[in-house]
Structure formats: structure tokens, C-alpha cells
Write a protein that binds this ligand. Sequence first.
Ligand SMILES: [Zn+2]
Length: 264
Amino acid sequence: MNEREKKEQRSLPPCPNPQCSQSRVVRNGSHRGRPRYCCRTCKTYFGETQGTPMYDLKTPAAKVAQALLVVMRRGSLRAAEEITGHTYETISAWLKRAAAHAEALTQVLASDVHLSQVEIDEFWSFVQKKRGQLASRTLTLTQTIKHRDEHGRLLSVEICAMLGTTMEPTGTVHVERLNGALRDRLNALTRKTHAFAKRDATFDALVGLQLFDHNFHRAHRALRLPGGDDRHRYHHRSPAMALGLTDHLWSFHELLTTRVPITP
Ligand SMILES: [Zn+2]
């Protein structure tokens, strides 16, 4: 490949085939006004948005990203409907696409993470008129017993093994904090309110995208490092940055336009 060809390759989307040895993408006409491409090496034909949640959507990615941001920050689809002007059903469809993509992307990025300890906590909420109780997990590995005096003051914490051998002193403080953050941010999870998700799929998508938001999008104060650049005192990091999965804070626009490798 000469310099001119290399420069041209940089302006074109890369070949989406993970098995492709060398991406040699050329333009290949258009479909419904959108450009299509072909990789000369592996003969994969693809569109600009293939493998992303934007595939086959007419709305620009920036507007979809904006609507999703409103859902995540305001905690409800109704709020996003009112603010952005898109219908509830449309935003719900975008939310499900984005959540499924966020999960696939997280799988790809986090495939090399080795876990030494996992915190599990039960987490429940109601969907549609409090008929179904979701995600009630009863798996218990260790039991934490808090001993208190008659005034309710904490005296000591006892941790004993319920299943398997005794582990390193553990607790559920991190997962409890994450559950707390989710309850703060999503109306459907807030305690003692009338809000609830109408369908399981919407509930799962809301929680899924909120987890992506938490891990990749938001900078966490406890993870910041001193010594940013000339203008910033701190280098702000998300949990994914702290784990070395990515080197920057993601945005919803980036999520919507980043392709997960597809097989032809
Ligand atoms: Zn290829």
C-alpha cells in the first residue's frame, strides 16, 4: 500500500470482519442515499452504520445520543419524550438497541479482565403494577452479621462462610453503593414512588445502559488522579479507565457509532 492508498484508507471505515488479515476498503455505491463499502481482502460488503445501533435508523446519531442522555440523567422515558419531542416508543426502541450494543461492547472490551472477588447482592424492583419481582438472586457465599447495641450502634461485623471455604474478609459495600447509585438515577428503581417500567425489556435496557453510563461515561471522584494537564488539577477517570479497558471517557455518541466486530 502506498502513501496515497494509506491516506485514503484512513478516511474510510475499517473492515468490520474480525478475521480479516488486512483491511482494504473501497467505496461500493450507495443504498437509500447512504454509502456502502467493500473490503477487497475478505470481500465483506458493509454499510456505514452496520454493526452499530444506528443501523437502519434515519435519525442522526447526535439526536439519538441526546435523547439517551436525557433518559439517563432524568431517569425516565416520559421526561425524554417531553424534552426531545421524540415519541416514547421511538426512544424506547433506541434505548433497547443502545443497551444491547453497550453490553456487546463491554464484553469485547472487558474480555481480558480477571476477577479475584465478586460481590453479589439481591436487587429487586417491580415491573407493571407490581406483579413481577425481578432479579431476586438468593446465591449466598458469605454472610455478614452486624452486631449492634440496644441503641442500634454498630459494635462489630462478623463475616462467616455459607458456601465453600472462608474467603478473605469481604463485604457488599461496593455493590450496595452501585445499587444505591442506580436507585438514585432511575425513576423505575427509586423507592416509595409510583414510577415503574412497563415491560421487562425496558427495565433491562434502562439498567443495562445505566451500567454502561456508570462504568464508561461518568468520571468517579474516588478514581481521579492528581496531576492532570495545565488547565485541570486532576486527571478524571471512569471505572473502565481505572481498569485499563479504555483511555478516555466515552460518550453516548461514541457508543452509537462504534462498531462491534461482526462476522460476514
Ligand atoms: Zn476485510
